[in-house]
Design a protein around this ligand. Structure first.
Ligand code: BJ8
Length: 387
């Protein structure tokens, strides 16, 4: 078999890359059919509760700087761009997903987000879950379980539907299938060289949250996996065998922050996995399908390894596992400007990766294009050190 470098990907990838844009119409259609829509901001949100009630959850985190000037009329400038953009799109009524959300659910993750929700509450119906700041100990677990039940009650009251244990079990099963399919998809990049670039993987995973029909989504992911495998068999390679293999960690990515992946891949590396909320952090684990579904749901979500938790051992555990599984040559962290949880955690991450002998760099950025040159230079300098 001869191998050839290719840049074309199977067509199904376009459908995922365009999903955010195309999903606007899909959500409008669902609304016209009388289906309730719940907007969410964070991976801690137990979306199975909405699915169990026959509602459609949709991600509201904004990834462009378009409405940041609007947000800065109210919010401070030195705030994380994700928070400013998310609020800005609501204030300017420019995000159809926000517009169509009957309820918006947030969690007390970082300080900026939880204070922003107070302001957002003037524009939308907002429910805030009190997320504990630690994952250990019975008090944290009891608080989160109580918050899961409080969300259940809010949804039941707002939408006039009771959520039974079996409804939740069905939703857990459905989401577990989606998690497993996403995982199977991104684990294809264990291959060396990988069958897709990091940019394609990111666009696919990011876009997938805007596909709302479970069966169609699962079928399309299966199709993508099959097509990637077939292309690989034919010898098609989107990255050369010499490309250094990187794992991305840190704040959630997508939209404007694709620039980080582009800078790294233009420097001759290839991103093989995303540890962050756009990737493995969301899909790595399954929710147990036996036992009390409410407890399983609460325990699953509380264990997410985000820097808002102190301590936060689960992020390191997942990252180390991915480094081994994907045979990483290095780890790159993306920290959004003014994100204190991730910026403070950087030193612990650096220390641990130094112990493991894994090269590491942390890149700070925002949603603007003003640092493109700087990112290119820093990416090229890091990739150079891996040679
Ligand atoms: S589970 S990563 S989605 S909190 S980048 S708004 S932390 S200042 S996005 Fe996140 Fe949930 Fe954690 Fe994931 Fe604050 Fe940092 Fe901004 Fe952040």
């Amino acid at each position: 078999m001869t191998t050839q470098l290719i840049t074309e990907l199977p067509e199904i990838f376009d459908s995922f890359a365009q999903a955010r844009k195309n999903g606007f119409l899909a959500v409008k259609k669902l609304k016209d059919q009388g289906r309730g829509v719940v907007g969410t901001f964070c991976t801690y949100t137990p979306v199975e509760i909405f699915l169990a009630a026959g509602l459609t959850p949709v991600g509201l985190c904004s990834t462009s700087d378009e409405t940041i000037p609007e947000a800065e009329k109210i919010l401070p400038r030195n705030l994380c761009p994700l928070i400013k953009a998310s609020y800005g799109f609501a204030a300017a009524d420019k995000c159809p997903y926000m517009h169509f959300s009957d309820l918006v659910v947030g969690e007390t993750t970082c300080d900026g987000k939880k204070k922003m929700y107070e302001l957002l509450g003037r524009l939308k119906d907002v429910h805030v879950m009190q997320l504990p700041q630690t994952q250990t100990g019975p008090a944290a677990k009891a608080l989160w379980l109580a918050e899961v039940f409080r969300l259940k009650e809010e949804v039941e009251t707002k939408f006039g539907r009771k959520i039974g244990d079996d409804d939740l079990r069905r939703a857990i099963k459905e989401r577990n299938v989606e998690r497993a399919k996403h995982k199977e998809f991104y684990e294809l990049s264990v291959l060396s060289p990988p069958p897709m670039t990091g940019l394609s993987q990111l666009q696919f995973l990011f876009g997938s949250q805007f596909k709302f029909d479970h069966e169609t989504k699962v079928a399309e992911i299966e199709q993508a996996v099959a097509q990637l495998k077939a292309a690989y068999e034919r010898g098609e390679r989107p990255a050369p065998p010499s490309a250094k293999r990187l794992i991305l960690t840190g704040c959630p990515m997508g939209g404007a922050t694709e620039k980080v992946v582009k800078a790294l891949e233009d420097s001759g590396a290839v991103v093989v996995a995303f540890e962050n909320c756009t990737g493995a952090k969301q899909f790595d684990r399954q929710i147990p399908e036996e036992g009390d579904p409410w407890t399983s749901l609460a325990e699953h979500y509380l264990a997410i390894g985000c820097a808002v938790m102190a301590p936060n051992p689960n992020r390191l555990e997942l990252l180390e596992r991915l480094c081994r599984q994907f045979a990483a040559d290095g780890v790159v962290e993306m920290v959004l400007t003014a994100c204190q949880p991730y910026a403070v955690e950087t030193s612990a991450l650096r220390e641990r990766l130094r112990e493991l002998g894994t090269p590491f760099t942390s890149l700070e950025t925002d949603y603007s294009s003003s640092d493109l040159e700087l990112l290119r230079n820093r990416a090229a300098a890091f990739v150079e050190t891996l040679s």
